[in-house]
Design a protein around this ligand. Structure first.
Ligand SMILES: [Zn+2]
Length: 57
């Protein structure tokens, strides 16, 4: 695959400024490269504390 020019319309990762072919690639990239960041934000959204069900990694 050859990327000959910069496409302004391509989705860009706001964490590392990398550009991707489409939003799916960007999402995949963030789930792998910025896994901890994504999961941190996910868990902060569903901040439901279940008493007695505490998992520590
Ligand atoms: Zn990134």
């Amino acid at each position: 695959m050859v990327l000959s020019m910069v496409d302004q319309h391509k989705p860009k990762c706001y964490l590392c400024n990398e550009t991707f072919e489409n939003i799916e690639e960007l999402r995949k990239h963030q789930e792998v490269t910025h896994k901890e960041f994504i999961e941190y934000h996910k868990s902060s959204h569903e901040h439901s504390s279940a008493p007695g069900d505490v998992t520590v990694f």
